[in-house]
Design a protein around this ligand. Sequence first.
Ligand code: HEC
Length: 139
Amino acid sequence: MGSLKLRVAKWSIGFLVMSIAAVCTSANDAPAADALYQVQDGNKVDEKTLKGWKTWRALACERCHGAEQEGMVGPSLVESMKKLSKEDFHTTIMNGRPEKGMPPFNTSAMVNENWEGLYAYLKGRSDGKIQPGRLQPMQ
Ligand code: HEC
């Protein structure tokens, strides 16, 4: 009986230590590891989001959506990203909407590799958490 209690107690302490460790780690790195994007000072982002921004620049999406995603020929993505699901985003950039002037990007290796980072970047812009313009890697 006593040894069972002891085992339970040991287990509880072990669990407690793990929980505290988990809380401390997440407190240090501020945003949770599974966050869509991470940003510091508005212009330093995690690697995936940085690649998303680089993809945005490389494919020159700003030709139609504006350098600050404010909209030109294409709609303001600051607004669009508030409503568009991740799945619809994916479909739209891959297949485009050729009849409406949005080209397909499914032949771009960079878009195929980084579309989730691109989604994260545009969500960050739409949320007002990521500043327009140049981004840097987070430390
Ligand atoms: C040649 C101009 C052009 C370029 C370049 C372009 N787009 Fe578009 N995009 C459009 C137009 C026009 C629409 C609106 C289509 C419609 O009316 O449904 C659109 C729609 C979108 C939408 C859907 C918005 C919504 O509200 O449903 C997303 C997301 C999007 N574009 C992302 C991108 C990304 C990312 C890139 C770069 C990889 C890009 N676009 C490049 C013209 C462009």
